[in-house]
Design a protein around this ligand. Structure first.
Ligand code: UD1
Ligand code: UDP
Length: 357
């Protein structure tokens, strides 16, 4: 029996891991040990995903969160190492680009346990982003890199990965799998009772480059308030990071603000909205999966094929640019939502490869 030890900790990782864990369970000869670092810990940032997506209860809950980057990553490294020494897995599986990703990969690599990185090869080319540091370092110390897109493969080729003794594979995007799998189960539910049935914009906002800069954050809040009053109602399930900063700066959110919602509610919002305004990585792709134009409040994106397709535009954090972007995308017709992220079999591809090693 081959043992895969999976490290997760942040909201998008629960969603990505859900489909892969299911594929592991369905594969003979593989067993999974699930480690939750505790990075996200509120019920609506963690438990709800385990319940809705049927993710097994974590075997280890490390309860590490809310520190600085060094503090959080360092404590995770210490605790994950202890788990790895005890469990002696054949592989460590990590997802994306959070502090939990880097800590898991580093702890494993130092113990010479091979690391498989899901969502490898993505680059924003902005080293100010904690995610960029995490993903570059994780790719460097992994033994198998599972890339979701052509551009991720091209990034790794440019960085010389083809000449290294590691496996680089394009498997598709696991978020495409989970969107396809859960689309029919989307529910409006109690949490969305104040949301109109149609004709609204869904927004999310949490990236450090926006929340930690008061000028950027105020411009974004002003833009969303304007859009809500003058264009279409804006529904904003608010990340706890942003909630805290908005409160401390005394900013007024004049749109429909919700607590973070579960995945099934989020999918309902994405299916029924007219457009998406976000700085999230995952939500940009989900807008595309559900054929909704996306206005991205960032200066770069790792998902450049979305920009090339015309379904997504980058507007940074400038108030006028955000408003202009929303008007432009709502008026745009004829966007082609081609298949950019695989056929919903990324999890199967990943697990088949791991079991073949
Ligand atoms: C993290 C990831 C980011 C990812 C995001 C997904 C890093 C460096 N960043 O950012 O790449 O896009 O998750 O959502 O790993 N908090 C709560 N309750 C929670 C979770 C967080 O109150 O359940 C608070 C923390 O106490 C902290 C703040 O939110 O004050 C930020 O949390 P943290 O995990 O450091 O980063 P995220 O912004 O969530
Ligand atoms: N999401 C959710 N509820 C919310 C906001 C987001 O379920 O209130 C989901 C979203 O559909 C996507 C994932 O969380 O699947 C994206 O996570 P997030 O935006 O926190 O992180 P990122 O993708 O930017 O790293």
């Amino acid at each position: 029996m081959k043992k895969i030890l999976t490290i997760i900790g942040a909201r998008p990782q629960f969603i990505k891991a859900s489909v892969v864990s299911k594929a592991i369970q369905e594969t003979n000869g593989l067993t999974e040990v699930l480690v939750h670092t505790g990075q996200h810990f509120d019920a609506n940032m963690s438990d709800v995903f385990f319940e809705q997506l049927g993710i097994p209860r974590p075997d280890y809950q490390l309860n590490i969160n809310s520190g600085s980057h060094g503090d959080m990553t360092g404590r995770m490294l210490i605790e994950i190492e202890k788990v790895l020494l005890k469990e002696q897995p054949d592989w460590v599986l990590v997802y994306g680009d959070t502090n939990s990703t880097l800590a898991g990969a580093l702890a494993a690599a130092k113990l010479h346990i091979p690391v498989a990185h899901v969502e490898a090869g993505l680059r924003s080319f902005n080293m100010q982003m904690p995610e960029e540091i995490n993903r570059i370092l994780t790719d460097q110390i992994s033994s198998v890199l599972f890339c979701p897109t052509d551009s991720a493969m091209a990034n790794l080729e440019r960085e010389g990965f083809n000449d290294k003794p590691i496996q680089v594979l394009q498997v598709g995007d696991v978020m495409q799998d989970s969107s396809m799998f859960f689309a029919e189960r989307a529910v409006k539910g109690e949490a969305l009772k104040a949301v109109p049935e149609s004709n609204f914009i869904v927004a999310t906002l949490h990236r450090a480059e926006n929340t930690d800069d008061p000028v950027r954050l105020k411009a974004i809040v002003d833009a969303l308030n304007y859009i809500h009053k003058n264009i279409l109602p804006v529904v904003l399930p608010l990340h706890p990071r942003t909630q805290k900063v908005v409160k401390s700066l005394g900013l007024q959110l004049e749109m429909l603000v919700l607590e973070p919602v579960g995945y099934l509610e989020m999918i309902w919002l994405l299916k029924h909205c007219n457009a998406v305004v976000s700085d999230s990585g995952g939500v940009q792709k989900e807008a595309f999966f559900f054929k909704k134009p996306c206005i991205t409040m960032r200066d770069q994106t790792e998902w450049i094929e979305l920009i090339e397709s015309g379904a997504n535009i980058l507007v940074g954090s400038n108030e006028d640019q955000i408003i202009y972007g929303v008007k432009k995308m709502l008026a745009t017709t004829g966007i082609k939502y081609m298949n950019l992220y695989g056929d919903g079999k990324a999890a199967k591809n990943i697990v088949e490869f791991l079991s073949s090693l």
